[in-house]
Design a protein. Structure first.
Lengths: 588, 851
């Protein structure tokens, strides 16, 4: 028995004091009122008193005393929040480490996931603890998801929110006086310290999964992509695995292969014939109990030609632009340019030596534009610009060497918050911005430079078109909390078409992705695709547990039972019952 | 404020309270009725309290109870005085919080690489610290602010307004702070950041080293060293590789951060581990003055140097060798006739090579090598590289940025041939000499002048100086020359000089041909005088018996060219070349000039235009469209001196002057000679990037990650391979198989501790490749000023305040929380108290009947 609301000493003192008080009160002699009576009556009373002192009367008084003690002690012990089962035990500092790595999503024989079972076991641990025990919940990555608290209901709520998205298993450092419980399927858990109590949650599961699905542009043709697909059977026995590759137009490839345990199917695909868009690889096996690796997504950049409006008087780039593959060029004289209506027939604009007073809604490149309101403010003109810095990492300048480019005349503008790709803040030569549309400005006319004679000029033009196209393969990110370098973006799950709750944190957009899917993030002018998937190293490990036997044992402390609700009930009932018996003079 | 009941079923017991009132009404107890009422009332309330306690009611109150966790950075980078100052600040804050009477829950944490709790502010002073991982001690060798924040959040009790106060220099180097901030934001924990200054005892240190992934052996490569200095100071930067000092450079450090660009040279190909040492006098801490980096040095650029005048190849050869090239000198007639024959070279230099000495097939191969294989071709001018019979209409010309022709008016020329007709010339020599003289006449324009003096012991003018338009007569006179008598050059040459003095031609040139010895005389005075009078003299020695020494000297004194030929059949060719050169259509010679800079390019980096010496001749050409003219001859009608362009996959350069002591004599003495040529050829040479595999090794999350991209000879992905690498960690080798993760891309990883060094080797198809991973530097010994921007971001991202006052820290600022209060213990206590009252009322007659 232990007191939770008071120290042990205070608890027992309270009980003793209550009992003493009751005893003292009980044995107080009642001061009867004085009255004149006849002697016969007096003797009758004496006889009656003798009768009272009979055995029954003694039992009656004893019962009354016991009831009084019971009521008093019940209330006193309830106040002290007494518990049974761990007499003398100090409140514990319990740290629950819930393995929420993706393999915990594997289903067990009852159709519930390992994580569900972990929640059950955690619930048992919580129930087994006392209300004085402090619980801290860590996820597999070692992050505190529930700060130390005695509020077990709050801990249960936190546990219910946990998802199998952690990437690694990191146990919190041991602390004196704390006990650590690890609830895990044992996958990839190498060494667990001896002082950590492990609750195993492993059962073999049937599983086939996509372990690799990536695309890369062919080195000899950047517009033609190749995909690599790897599918494995990670069940403990041989399985027939159905492998499917599909895009928006339907199934492009399907094959059923028999794979031994641990067997892999690898293939590469020439994606040249496909139009681009979402591409999904799937691995299916009968009875698959681990869905997180059953599919993987990529985004194949659109191969449809970019409809580019080249607005120029000089038309100096026309021949070069016509040689750029995957480009549908329309050459427009500035006098014929009209602000596009709602249905813009072009995907992008290239203005040379001219700029419209209002920005088009589509991405735009401007070569040597005159000052207009929607571009950085014009400050002046610089002559004879020699060697200048440039960002070799910028996709626009990839494989383009501007070291030896001489510029006879360049506009000086105020870059404000635009990104400077060439030049510096004092003389930004090439810069890009996002408002009011995605724009890229060369602050000099091509004719005022020898850029056209440089080796990289055709590449630069090709890069320009790619910049305008703005479509690139999806970036691979891991399941869980996804942070992307596109602040203020809205995010959509392309699999469901639904918007995803996303927030901006520290200059990055953050959203949660609990299952493999393809997401589109856009900030109004930029579009970026993100393929959420399992980390490669996590895909094939669902049955690689340290537990040889599925009969993992739950090590549990002796359950404690809170007595105080019962004591309160007892006290209430006795208060009522003894109140009745007292007035009927059954008890005293 | 609100109230909720955990269980409502006990309320069903409440109606039973009427039983007590019934018992009161029918009581047999003999107390005063009012005492009985009191007795029953106490019991009724006790019963109700007990029943209500069973419902476990919770009272929810809204308030601003604060819980503050103070997180103190005690890592190595933080100034101990700043730590002491921080402790004092925490003491004030804690005391003020206590004095305000709130129920602030205070938690104190000290952190570095790990986090340790302290019981009270003063305990910060006695916490165990260690410069590494030691149980129970704060690891000062790192700063993991993210983990400290997580730990602080874990320590904060629920139902409080959570505050975390970070006292740090903001220079965290472990953990993911952005992710931690995201969690803080989700949990509504505001972080108040107070900057702590860094240690001030250090003078300067190496902050970072950015070395290219690959460099070229033998060539200087640029890399930046980030250096921080507390104050302006003179320092020495030393770059070493093993025991070899690659570079020592004196620098002037400014106060603050700066990047210093270094240009060391690595001699040998292979993996190079660089150590950069910063030496500053009086620097109290030297442990942070070293930076390390690794790079891969590709083999030296291989240059095939073809020199038309082998005896003059030394100048350029020396410059190139010293410039870090691996140079192979070859004869013009021995060039490969297949493009593959040039594959082992990165650049080919044709210097003053007569086109007729190169096989046509070799030229075509050379052009193919440039355009298809990305080779670099440099053609340097000279006496042999001119004229329409030179490279015009050849494959080499196709690859060049210039046309080998010039649109110029012929010069006003007087050309005199002094022809030895001594006995020894009888036969083929005389015949060839006469034919050559005829050919020279044919080349001249009508308005140009021609004269031919024939000499043996005596001399005469078969063709006095006259207009070339009289070709038929001149040719007849040449044909009539007969050989006789021994040789005597001086009188003949003297008469030529006198005759030419009488002409008014702008350009006067003499071709002296002889096959024998002559009498001694003061040739030097005569020829030097001719040169001063702007008459140039070239000399042709035919056969072994010719006085080569004298004729060579005459050519040198006369500013002309010297030819020695064993075979008289070459005489016509020489006379034609000399005539063309004298005409000045494709060759400009004699007037020294300083090349003019048309545009500054990288190849001329470090060369000042005003330092460039004069050249005394060049080959005239016409630039092609899209050619990049770097230098020209200046004047109203400038000719290209240095032109280049991209040709297919390769690049080609034409330098119109020479690289020898004829036209570029002053350049040979010039400091910029070697620099210009090495930079120019380095920019022109084929880059090996596409031949270097994408083989990278990087550290990530305690792992060494190896990535390898494989392409076949045609640039296609190589799939379904099973590459493996050997990882050497501390002398212990282990094999690591790479698995395919994408088209042509293979990866693997292996654990690698931060302090470990690893060497990863891949035995490529043709050659092994190696990459190194060096131990991660100790980030804590870079004592940078506090990163206030980062701390400000940390505070603002979580809604906190940067550098707050204690008052603002303890101000809830409108933040409230709902705190639950369990009411049942109070109710239980009430029930107990009333029960005791009830018991007492049964024993003590409080109200007497007679009262």
């Amino acid at each position: 028995m232990t007191f939770l609301g008071l120290s042990q000493t205070m608890g027992w003192l309270l009980a003793a004091g209550t009992a003493t008080a009751i005893l003292v009160i009980f044995f107080l002699r009642i001061q009867h009122r004085r009255a004149l009576v006849s002697s016969s009556i007096l003797w009758e009373r004496v006889l009656e008193r003798k009768k009272r002192r009979s055995l029954i009367e003694w039992l009656r008084r004893l019962l009354s005393l016991l009831i009084a003690l019971a009521i008093g002690l019940a209330l006193a012990l309830a106040f002290g929040e007494v518990e049974l089962g761990r007499a003398g035990r100090e409140p514990r500092d319990v740290r629950l480490v819930v393995d929420n790595r993706p393999t915990m999503a594997a289903l067990m024989s009852d159709g519930r996931s390992r994580l569900d079972h972990a929640m059950d076991r955690a619930g048992e641990l919580l129930a087994g603890g006392s209300s004085a025990d402090r619980f801290t919940v860590y996820d597999a990555a070692g992050i505190v998801v529930a700060a130390a608290t005695r509020d077990r209901d709050a801990v249960r709520e936190v546990l219910a929110e946990m998802r199998p998205t952690a990437r690694s298993l990191v146990l919190p450092l041991a602390e004196d006086g704390s006990e650590t419980w690890l609830l895990t399927d044992g996958v990839g858990a190498a060494e667990v310290p001896a002082d950590v109590r492990v609750v195993g949650l492993y059962e073999p599961v049937v599983n086939a999964g996509v372990t690799a699905f990536e695309i890369r542009p062919q080195p000899t043709d950047p517009y033609r992509y190749e995909a690599f697909l790897e599918v494995g059977n990670f069940s403990i026995d041989a399985r027939a695995v159905t492998i499917t590759l599909r895009d928006g137009a339907g199934v492009q490839f399907r094959r059923v292969v028999d794979l031994e345990p641990g067997g892999l199917y690898r293939n590469t695909f020439d994606l040249g014939p496909l139009d681009g868009g979402e591409l999904r690889a799937e691995a299916a096996v009968e009875g698959d109990g681990y869905a997180l690796d059953d599919r993987a997504h990529v985004w194949l950049p659109r191969t449809a030609p970019v409809r580019l409006a080249y607005v120029s008087v000089a038309r100096g780039l026309e021949s070069l632009l016509r040689s750029v593959p995957h480009l549908e060029l329309s050459v427009i004289d500035p006098s014929e340019y009209a602000s596009p209506a709602a249905e813009d027939p072009f995907d992008a604009y290239l203005f040379e030596g001219w700029a419209p007073p209002e920005s088009p809604s589509r991405p735009v490149v401007l070569l040597g534009p005159p000052p207009v309101d929607w571009l950085p403010a014009h400050l002046g003109v610089a002559e004879a610009v020699g060697v200048f810095p440039f960002d070799t990492a910028a996709p626009l300048l990839r494989h383009v060497d501007l070291h030896d480019v001489a510029i006879a005349r360049a506009r000086v503008v105020d870059p404000l918050d635009a990104a400077i790709l060439a030049g510096d803040a004092d003389l930004p030569l090439i810069l890009s911005g996002l408002r009011p549309t995605r724009w890229l400005v060369f602050n000099f006319a091509i004719a005022d430079t020898d850029l056209a004679q440089s080796v990289g000029f055709p590449i630069l033009v090709s890069n320009l078109v790619e910049w305008l196209r703005g479509d690139a393969p999806a970036r691979s990110v891991n399941l869980g909390t996804v942070a992307i370098d596109l602040p203020g973006a809205s995010v959509r799950d392309l699999s469901t078409g639904s918007a995803v709750d996303a927030r901006t944190v520290g200059g990055r957009t953050v959203f949660r992705a609990d299952a493999p899917a393809l997401y589109l993030a856009t900030d109004g002018t930029r579009r970026m695709h993100y393929a959420v998937r399992l980390d490669g190293s996590e895909r094939s490990m669902v049955n690689a547990s340290i537990f040889e036997s599925p009969d993992a044992q739950l090590e549990s402390p002796a359950a404690a039972r809170s007595l105080w609700p019962l004591l309160l009930g007892v006290a209430a009932v006795l208060l009522l019952a003894e109140g009745l018996t007292y007035h009927r003079r059954i008890t005293v | 404020m609100s109230l909720s009941l955990t269980h409502s079923w006990p309320l069903l017991l409440l109606p039973a309270v009427v039983l007590l009132w019934w018992a009161r009404r029918t009581t047999l107890i003999e107390f005063h009725p009012r005492q009985i009422d009191l007795m029953v009332g106490a019991r009724v309330v006790a019963f109700i309290a007990a029943v209500l306690a069973m419902t476990q009611p919770v009272l929810y109150r809204t308030g601003s109870w604060m819980a503050v966790a103070y997180v103190l950075d005690v890592s190595q980078s933080v100034d101990p005085r700043a730590i002491e100052d921080g402790i004092g600040w925490v003491e004030d804050a804690v005391a003020q919080g206590a004095s305000q009477g709130g129920d602030e829950a205070t938690h104190l944490l000290a952190f570095g690489g790990n986090t340790v709790a302290a019981s009270e502010p003063d305990a910060f002073r006695t916490l165990r610290v260690a410069d590494g991982v030691v149980a129970g001690a704060v690891d000062r060798s790192a700063t993991d602010l993210a983990s400290a924040l997580d730990r602080a959040v874990a320590a904060l009790p629920p139902h409080h307004v959570p505050r975390v106060v970070v006292l740090s220099d903001g220079r965290d180097n472990a953990g993911d702070l952005a992710a931690a901030v995201e969690r803080l934001e989700l949990d509504g924990v505001r972080v108040y950041a107070r900057p702590a200054s860094a240690r001030r005892e250090d003078g300067a240190w190496v902050d970072q080293v950015a070395v290219p992934d690959t460099v070229r052996a033998g060539a200087p490569f640029e890399f930046d060293v980030g250096v921080f200095s507390r104050e302006a100071a003179d320092a020495t930067l030393r770059v070493t590789s093993g025991n070899l000092i690659l570079l020592t450079e004196e620098v002037r450090l400014e106060a603050g951060s700066q990047e210093i660009r270094l240009l060391p040279i690595v001699d040998d190909a292979g993996v190079v581990d660089l150590q950069i040492e910063l030496l500053v006098e009086g620097d109290p801490v030297v442990a942070n003055n070293t930076g390390r980096a690794t790079t891969v040095a590709q083999p030296k650029l291989r240059v095939l140097y073809v020199e038309g005048v082998p005896e003059r190849s030394g100048y350029l050869l020396s410059a190139l060798t010293e410039g870090g090239f691996e140079v192979e000198v070859a004869a013009p007639f021995n060039l490969p006739v297949s493009a593959l024959g040039y594959e082992r070279f990165d650049a080919v230099i044709l210097s003053d090579v007569d086109a007729r000495m190169i096989d046509q097939g070799a030229m075509i191969s050379l052009e193919s090598w440039v355009s298809l294989f990305g080779g670099g071709l440099v053609v340097v001018g000279g006496e042999s590289v001119f004229g329409e019979d030179g490279y015009q209409d050849t494959a080499v010309e196709r690859a060049m940025p210039v046309w080998f022709k010039a649109e110029r008016e012929p010069k006003d020329l007087a050309l005199v041939i002094a022809l030895d007709k001594s006995y020894s010339m009888v036969g083929d020599k005389m015949a060839m000499a006469k034919e050559a003289s005829k050919a020279a006449v044919e080349l001249l324009e009508d308005e140009q002048q021609f004269g031919l003096l024939a000499f043996d012991y005596h001399f005469y003018w078969p063709v006095p100086i006259q207009l070339a338009s009289r070709r038929e007569r001149i040719v007849e006179r040449i044909a009539s020359i007969e050989a006789s008598s021994p040789t005597n050059i001086y009188p003949a040459l003297e008469d030529v000089y006198l005759s030419l003095q009488t002409t008014d031609a702008e350009v006067k040139h003499v071709i002296l041909l002889s096959d024998g010895k002559t009498y001694e005389d003061d040739y030097e005075t005569l020829v030097t005088q001719m040169r001063e009078d702007e008459i140039t003299v070239s000399a042709v020695a035919v056969g072994d018996k010719a006085d080569r020494e004298l004729l060579s000297a005459i050519a040198e004194w006369g500013g002309g060219r010297f030819y020695f030929i064993a075979d008289p059949t070459r005489v016509p060719e020489i006379f034609v070349d000399e005539t063309q050169m004298a005409q000045g259509i494709t060759l400009e010679e004699g007037e020294p000039f300083v090349p003019q800079w048309v545009k500054p390019v990288e190849a001329l980096a470090g060369i000042e235009p005003e330092d460039m010496p004069e050249l005394s001749g060049y080959v005239r050409t016409l630039p092609k469209d899209n050619a990049e003219i770097v230098l020209d001859s200046g004047g109203d009608e400038p000719d290209p001196i240095l032109a280049r362009w991209q040709y297919g996959l390769g690049r080609s350069v034409f330098f119109a002057s020479d690289a020898k002591n004829r036209w570029a004599a002053e350049w040979l003495e010039w400091d910029g000679f070697a620099k210009l040529w090495t930079q120019l050829i380095r920019e022109t040479a084929r880059t090996d990037d596409f031949r270097e595999p994408e083989f990278t090794v990087r550290r990530e999350d305690g792992l060494a990650r190896v990535s390898l991209a494989l392409l076949d000879d045609r640039g296609r992905f190589r799939n379904a391979e099973r590459p493996a690498v050997t990882v050497d960690v501390g002398g212990e080798e282990r094999e690591l198989s790479l698995h395919q993760v994408a088209p042509g891309l293979y990866e693997a990883s292996t654990p690698l501790a931060a302090e470990e060094e690893a060497s990863v080797r891949w035995n490529g198809d043709d050659a092994p490749f190696e990459r190194h991973l060096l131990p991660a530097p100790n980030a804590e010994d870079r004592y940078l000023p506090p990163d206030t921007a980062r701390l400000r971001w940390l505070a603002e991202a979580t809604g906190g305040i940067f550098d707050p006052s204690v008052e603002r820290l303890l101000d809830p600022a409108g933040q409230t929380v709902v705190r639950p209060t369990r009411l049942w213990p109070l109710l239980a206590a009430l029930a107990l108290a009333l029960y005791l009252v009830n018991m007492l009322l049964r024993r003590v007659r409080v109200i007497r009947t007679d009262s």
